[in-house]
Design a protein around this ligand. Structure first.
Ligand SMILES: O=C(O)C(=O)C[C@H](O)C(=O)CO
Ligand SMILES: [Zn+2]
Length: 276
């Protein structure tokens, strides 16, 4: 079997506050995305966002439908973004090849029927949400992204946010996706923290050294919990939860949202004194 999936139900903040470490990890951590020769999905009930990985190796991998979508083809009623965190690869969409380089992302619109992933060394991080319109399939390069520089060296949060999905790059129905990288020595992401109840979010942490980890913070601002995250692991952030983290070393992460709007700026700032 080359395609597999698991399902995560939507958990409320009160239940989350009673969970121990193992329970938190079981509900929110995704640690099996990238298996050679396989497409692995975690289908969430948070805005029906599906988070996956495809590692083609020597043989191309097909995007197969999974039972939770209830459709004949995976993208009959969905859109997809594939972000390549490995070496250069190719994604074929209904007979057309797209060369997807390291760190490029490919948006595939609703209605695409036959999609496959190829390239030895390529590693595709997959994000998919329900769609209502078929927007054109578009290759998005880091140079197409809208860049936002935030933070400072003094507070160890000097970083650049690359909004791959922005008004000039690609039109999507729900997906808003980007990548954040850090100035050397800075380790804090998304601090000060924020919330956006209109959109859920998923973070994929990568580029971590084997012994490094990120202490990912989640929960309501006055009831925070942490999840220790290793290289190439993802975490689900429910819409009611903050999502922030500090690494023991360097890392990069891809953030992705789905929900009621595609406005990156529609978020409430959480004051530094509000976190407990
Ligand atoms: O470091 C940051 O700050 C981020 O990258 C924040 C994400 O972009 C985010 O959470 C968007 O809602
Ligand atoms: Zn956010």
């Amino acid at each position: 079997m080359t395609t597999d999936y698991d399902i995560r139900f939507a958990i409320d903040p009160v239940s989350t506050s009673t969970m121990n470490t193992a329970e938190l990890r079981e509900q929110f951590l995704i640690d099996d995305l990238f298996m050679p020769g396989a497409v692995n999905w975690t289908y969430t009930h948070y805005d029906r966002m599906a988070v996956g990985g495809a590692v083609p190796g020597a043989k191309a991998l097909a995007l197969e439908t999974i039972k939770p979508t209830g459709t004949a083809n995976f993208l009959d009623r969905r859109e997809l973004i594939a972000a390549n965190i490995g070496s250069a690869g190719t994604i074929t969409v209904d007979g057309r090849d797209y060369a997807v380089g390291e760190r490029d992302m490919l948006y595939v619109g609703m209605g695409a029927k036959v999609v496959s992933f190829a390239g030895e060394g390529a590693k595709f991080y997959l994000l998919s949400a329900p769609a209502h319109a078929g927007h054109p399939t578009t290759l998005i390069k880091q140079s197409d992204a809208k860049r936002l520089d935030l933070g400072s060296q003094e507070t160890a949060n000097e970083r650049s946010i690359f909004q791959f999905v922005n008004a000039d790059s690609v039109k999507t129905c729900q997906l808003v996706v980007g990548l954040t990288s850090f100035a050397p020595g800075s380790v804090w992401n998304t601090m000060p923290a924020h919330l956006h109840d209109r959109r859920m979010e998923a973070y994929l942490y990568f580029d971590l050294k084997p012994d490094a980890f990120v202490v990912h913070l989640m929960g309501e601002p006055d009831e925070t919990r942490h999840i220790i995250m290793r290289n190439e692991q993802a975490v689900i952030s429910p819409p009611w939860s903050i999502h922030s983290g500090a690494g023991t070393g360097a890392y990069t992460f891809i953030w992705a949202m789905a929900g009621d709007n595609v406005d990156y700026t529609d978020a409430e700032k959480i004051g530094m004194d509000e976190l407990l």
